[in-house]
Design a protein around this ligand. Structure first.
Ligand code: ADP
Ligand code: ASP
Ligand code: MG
Length: 407
């Protein structure tokens, strides 16, 4: 007997027949002897509609608390509807909303991006387990939390995915199933490029990076509750079958995917190539990278400016890369000269704080380096990582300073 947590997204409960189909798929698993906990989103675009309505009526005077209360109506409704539909199919079900004593998901008082109190939530999840053990199918409102004064909070847009993974973790489920309006995770958003193909599986790390960069298919914060023992998949509601294949999300969520600082074990050499107006020359970057690739030299990073391009390679490859690129400079009109820089330590910093609007995050990392007179040779940043290059001799000190910032 398996315990399955299944989350239905807005489209998968988009009308009466879809709700019935979804409820039937849950009942089918139950009839096989499995235990099922349902997490449900608001029907279709209800959340957007509620927000639109309140903006039209109240505009800027709407408080975050009011906004959360109003948006919550979407999930308050869908959970009731879903639970009643299960009951109509002959199986006992109970909807669980934040007004219910059994409500498990406890948060801080942030109304719109509430932070989960994991310890309390974990403890309160026993109540849900008791229901399940009595043969009842709980239907939990996705997206919602309960703040310190018993008020409704929300986990951020698209947050039902977080609710599902959180419940899966706390209930020690065997499987988490995300039911949505696409076949699974694809090579890109199939609504943007039709030819996108389905992936059989994706690692937790890749999924996290994809989600952080805007692929809506799963909320990036959901994965932090992905336990190694729990299997997880994303499937299409159209199957009406929870055993459908879709995309498996494999591997555990490593704590250091959330926050980590690491140094590449070897020095990294910087090779800077200069030339007039390089940035406007089509294909130049490809020429440089192809030239290194043809000689099996790995590139750790690349940065491009108006009149220069810098390639980052492992020190042991640097002499070879230097000579190869020198030949390229001689052959290529627009390129005039290159230089092999000093050895650097490559420090990679990963933190969820890089996502979203967090002004000042980079200066928090670089400030202690400035105070300690450590020169940053290069820096690059993305939504999930900041990579710093400092003189090799400063590497260890810089690593410890940056680590101190993150703790
Ligand atoms: P739900 O309401 O079920 O949570 P979402 O709209 O939040 O569904 O997420 C599903 C959507 O994610 C798809 O309709 C698709 O447009 C989008 N999406 C973006 N990137 C991808 C991708 N790589 N693979 C699949 N879907 C993607
Ligand atoms: N209904 C919420 C939203 O639209 C949460 C979710 O669908 O995951 O953002
Ligand atoms: Mg979603």
């Amino acid at each position: 007997m398996d315990l399955i947590v299944v989350k239905f997204g807005g489209t998968s409960v988009g009308d009466g027949s879809r709700i019935k189909k979804a409820a039937q798929s849950v009942v089918n698993e139950y009839m096989k002897g499995n235990q099922v906990v349902v997490v449900v989103s608001a029907v279709n675009k209800t959340t957007d509609e509620l927000l639109g309505l309140s903006n039209d009526a109240i505009g800027g005077n709407l408080t975050d608390k009011q906004k959360a209360e109003i948006m919550a109506m979407g999930e308050l409704t869908s959970a009731r509807l879903f639970s009643a539909t299960i009951e109509s199919l002959g199986v006992k079900s109970e909807f669980i909303d934040p007004y219910n004593d059994l409500w498990p998901i406890i948060t801080d008082s942030n109304s719109l991006e509430a932070k989960i109190d994991f310890k309390t939530t974990n403890k309160k999840s026993d109540g849900i387990k008791n229901l399940v053990n009595q043969g009842i199918i709980p239907v939990i409102c996705g997206f919602l939390g309960k703040g310190p004064s018993g008020e409704i909070t929300t986990l951020g847009r698209g947050g039902s995915d977080i609710s599902a993974f959180l419940m899966g973790h706390c209930l020690e489920a065997n499987e988490i199933i995300i039911v949505t309006d696409v076949d699974g995770v694809m090579s890109t958003d199939p609504n943007k490029i039709e030819d996108a193909i389905l992936l059989d599986e994706i690692s937790v790390e890749e999924m996290r990076d994809l989600a952080t960069h805007g692929a809506q298919v799963l909320h990036p914060h959901a994965l932090r509750y992905k336990d190694p023992l729990i299997t997880a998949k994303i499937i299409n509601f159209a199957h009406g079958d929870l055993t459908a294949k879709g995309t498996r999300i494999v591997g555990p969520f490593e704590k250091d995917m959330l926050k980590s600082v690491s140094v590449h074990k070897n020095p990294i050499s910087l090779i800077a190539i200069v030339g007039e107006g390089m940035l406007k020359k089509v294909g130049l970057l490809a020429k440089i990278t192809n030239c290194l690739a043809d000689n099996r030299i790995n590139i750790f990073g690349i940065s491009a400016g108006q009149n220069s391009i810098t390639a980052f390679v492992d020190k042991q490859d640097s002499e070879k890369a230097y000579h190869i690129l020198h030949n390229l400079v001689i052959e290529t009109d627009v390129l005039s000269s290159l230089s092999l820089g000093t050895d650097t330590a490559m420090i990679t910093v990963v933190s969820p704080d890089f996502t979203g609007e967090t002004p000042g995050i980079i200066s928090n990392i670089t400030e202690p380096l400035r105070k300690n007179n450590i020169n940053i040779v290069e820096i690059s940043s993305s939504q999930t990582a900041v990579v710093l290059y400092v003189d090799w001799k400063d590497g260890e000190k810089a690593f410890n300073l940056v680590k101190g910032v993150l703790e």
